[in-house]
Design a protein. Structure first.
Length: 93
């Protein structure tokens, strides 16, 4: 399953480590995740015009700056997990 994080960008749900509000980036612990602090993960700003950044999506090996709020992204992820839990198991052939 994939989650839309803005623009044309989709991220595999199981690859997401965390979704954070952009304002948390000023904390000392979170600052260690960003380039310039010895982090080698590439950073991609998503969206058609790379306008206002509202959230940070952290995956294994990549950081995405998204114009979609962290709360909206969390709700999308929760809905995907809920849908997965409600799908009936298919019998094996």
């Amino acid at each position: 399953m994939f989650i839309h994080i803005g623009g044309d960008e989709m991220v595999r749900l199981r690859d997401i480590i965390g979704i954070f509000d952009i304002h948390i980036k000023d904390s000392t612990d979170f600052a260690k995740l960003f380039p310039g602090n010895d982090n080698k993960s590439p950073v991609t700003t998503v969206g058609p015009d790379s306008g206002e950044i509202k959230s940070v999506v952290l995956t294994d090996g990549h950081i995405y700056l998204s114009p979609i709020s962290s709360l909206t992204l969390k709700r999308r992820a929760d809905n995907l997990y809920r849908d997965l839990a409600q799908e009936p198991l298919k019998p094996a052939d």
